[in-house]
Design a protein around this ligand. Sequence first.
Ligand code: HSE
Length: 390
Amino acid sequence: MIKIGLLGLGTVGSGVYKIINENNISIEKKIGTKIKIEKILVKDINKYRELKLDKQLLTTDPNDIIKNPEINLIVELIGGEDPAYKYVIEAIQNNKSVITANKLLIAKYGDELLSKARGNDVQISFEGSVAGGIPIIRPLKESLAAGNINNIYGILNGTTNYILSKMTKDNQKFEEALKEAQELGYAEEDSHSDISGQDAAYKIAILSSINFESYVSIDSIYTEGINNITLKDIKAADELGYIIKLLAISKRSKKGIDIRVHPAFISKNHPLALVNGVYNAVYLHGEIVGDIMSYGKGAGQMPTASAVVADIIQTGKDISYKRKTVHEKSSSLNHNIINIEEIKNLFYLRILVNDKPGVMSEVTNILGNNQVSLASVLQKHRLSSVVPLD
Ligand code: HSE
């Protein structure tokens, strides 16, 4: 029997509870044994919840789960660092396998947690931590293992993609679109993590660490969010044949790994340009397999819960069939992370200049003197005495 201890009953936790209860028969068939949620850690037992459940299941004491000898699988869905990190470490030390959707935890402490799990002969799985419902962690580790994947381009944050899509398609204001994303349960508790690109940085750090078998420190990732994107930028991109997306990039080169998160112009013909709303996508290029794109809902209750339950089934099967745990290796290589200053790229500049003769040549002189060449220039209509150059 698989007895689960659930840490957290927020958006994703409630989704996991629903799936396990509603799809119980098919899940048990897949696992090969009975499955039951034994206890759920919450902050407040008496808080109003839409989810109908027996209050006996709830506890405010983490030890009722972490130290409970009946429980063999712990699902951490609290999010953030504290107290999630502490609980996960204690769970592993108590010889319990752990499933988490906590990207911060895995991006920051993945190496340590995997090695502790190895030492205690248990598993830690985290499919739900990247791109919600899109299966990408297991495919990178297993299905694409042959592949020398050299490039990863991801739209990995549902909230910012929702906001940018609403701004692009409906001319909606940034704040309005963010409010909707929050109401729909896409955004983090502190939406700054979404908007600033931090959330996407955690996710690309996880994918890069797995793909390049090299620990990638969050601090080494150049991260820029969508805070400064305006409707004017989106319109200018459109006129030049592009869509703006918050892109997470990780590329192998001779110098090391070029890894960064920032808004990018994507050609309207590229498949990533068609990824809208809460959808995420991961576009990979491998030496052997060529191009691959995975697409699906990247945030929200049920897509993320779907990935968590998939991990529960996989780990549950290993427990039920007493399969020897195949321990993940912590990242063993130590690739250089290329500094953004060393990367040559195409950039988009939107400049407001005084409309006077010779101003264009002044701008091109400054760029030329700094070894910047121009790919295309768009001079827009006059606004009083000021002219925008894109
Ligand atoms: N806030 C995250 C997002 C949730 O918008 O993608 C899923 O990780």
